[in-house]
Ligand binder design. Structure first.
Ligand code: GUN
Ligand code: ZN
Length: 438
């Protein structure tokens, strides 16, 4: 029942924002990954392991690069069909495009059809785990989890809670959102690889009462997640201040309801204050950095260097934020992250960006004991990348596979800037092929 994979491998064993890159990255030019029952049994150089597994025919991917599956820390599956909605910033974009789109998810058959396309798209882009917004309707959560379960994926999702400032057809009530969420947690959380996130949309669409009940759910089910939006857009932050005059700021609205904790993931955080970064650091909460979305909606430039400061370190993962995001690819998301960082006079190395897409994402989701790198015992979700996937990439990466850390940093940079779904050749889930490009 052993499976042996031979190729070049790249993963991270520590955070390159805080530890030297040489100490945080692991590159094996010629390595073996051994899988048993969907989990990693062994990992090392071909030279180290060849004798031990000499009796087993290796599945070889010459000239390819294998990495842990990408982790998308913020995405909306009901917005798959409304990407590229023109011309608006956040609040108008929500009213004009998003709310009418999400209304369709009352129909479970429609929801199931979109969930299928969505998960196909994730796997095609090398994303093996995601933290996912469903819609306000419980049926939309069932449709999503049923499809994820069928594919044996590790996915985190939740029903949107929203009881004001949106069209009636999308509103729940504080009590119904509590009851429905509770029933969904009992039905889906820890079922196989699935996990639940309590998901108030954002402060604007919830009353104090609804946020308090979300906090009650977190105390009743201490190992579920909290997933919401935070400080994305200037007008949004101002509206929150008007709606919650007794709060010290946007994050404080959530904090007062008991929503700022270790398993809380806040999308965006573009407009955060120094005090708020400090509070996120203290509480060990995470931010999902969504560069394509932040640029597309004109929200602003996320201060990655502040989030990853030594004084107030905050856990950060990358998010595509489909449908405000413009690509399912975490390579393309890393590409845009690089540019956002450049515009602020800082640098984002390939190792740092790919850390965020893998082990950093796993840490942001408190899943580092199960996912994020090739440590023995972890779940075997991984991807085979083709560094020469297009003619231009074949020129740029002509000398791949390379030997040194310096050279693989350069090749990985070309992969993250030029790469997309065409770069993903195979996606493995629990040691089984779930997607293959050819
Ligand atoms: N804030 C509240 N809802 C949403 C959403 O659907 N997308 C984004 N990008 N921000 C939000
Ligand atoms: Zn979002």
């Amino acid at each position: 029942m052993l499976k042996v994979i031979r190729s070049s491998f790249l993963d991270f064993i520590d955070d390159p924002f805080y530890t030297s890159e040489a100490a945080s990255v692991r590159y094996l030019e010629d390595g073996l990954l051994v899988i048993e029952n969907g989990k990693i049994k062994d990992f090392g150089t071909y030279e180290q392991l060849q004798e031990k597994y000499a009796g087993i025919d290796a599945i070889a991917y010459p000239d390819k690069l294998i990495m842990p599956g990408f982790i998308d820390t913020h995405i909306h599956y009901p917005q798959t069909a409304m990407m590229a909605a023109y011309g608006e910033q956040l609040l108008e974009w929500l009213s004009k495009y998003t709310f009418p789109t999400e209304a369709k998810f009352k129909d479970k058959n429609y929801a199931a059809a979109i969930a299928t396309v969505f998960l196909d798209e994730l796997l095609k882009n090398g994303t093996t785990t995601a933290l996912v917004f469903a819609a306000v309707f419980p049926e939309s959560v069932d449709a999503f989890f049923e499809e994820a379960e069928r594919r044996n994926l590790r996915m985190i999702a939740g029903k949107v809670m929203m009881n004001r400032n949106a069209p009636d057809f999308l509103l729940d009530t504080a009590q119904s959102s509590y009851d429905e969420t509770k029933a969904l947690i009992e039905k889906w959380h820890q079922k196989g690889r699935l996990l639940y996130a309590v998901t108030p949309r954002f402060a604007i669409t919830s009353t104090d009462e609804q946020l308090d009940l979300a906090g009650k759910l977190l105390s009743e089910f201490p190992d579920v997640y909290l997933h919401t939006h935070l400080s994305e857009n200037v007008n949004e932050v101002q509206f929150v201040a008007e709606l919650f005059p007794n709060s010290k700021g946007y994050l404080d609205v959530y904090d007062q309801a008991g929503l700022v904790k270790e398993k809380s993931i806040f999308a965006h955080g573009v407009q955060l204050t120094e005090q708020e970064f400090k509070r996120l650091s203290e509480t060990k909460s995470a931010i999902s950095f969504c560069p394509t979305s932040n640029l597309f909606l004109g929200s602003g430039l996320f201060k990655l260097h502040q989030a990853k400061s030594t004084e107030t370190p905050v856990k950060v993962g990358l998010g595509t934020d489909i449908g405000a995001g413009t690509s399912f690819s975490l390579l393309q998301t890393a590409n845009e992250a690089y540019k956002v960082v450049q515009l602020q006079g800082e640098k984002l190395s390939s190792f740092k960006a790919l850390f965020l897409a893998t082990l950093g994402g796993a840490r942001a989701l408190s899943l580092e004991d199960k996912l994020g790198n090739f440590e023995i015992g972890k779940e075997a979700d991984f991807i085979v990348l083709d560094p020469k996937a297009t003619p231009a990439m074949a020129l740029r990466n002509a000398d791949f596979p390379v030997k040194t850390l310096e050279d693989i940093a350069d090749k990985a940079f070309a992969i993250m800037i030029m790469g997309d779904d065409r770069t993903i050749e195979v996606t493995y889930i629990m040691g089984e092929i779930a997607y293959q490009s050819i």
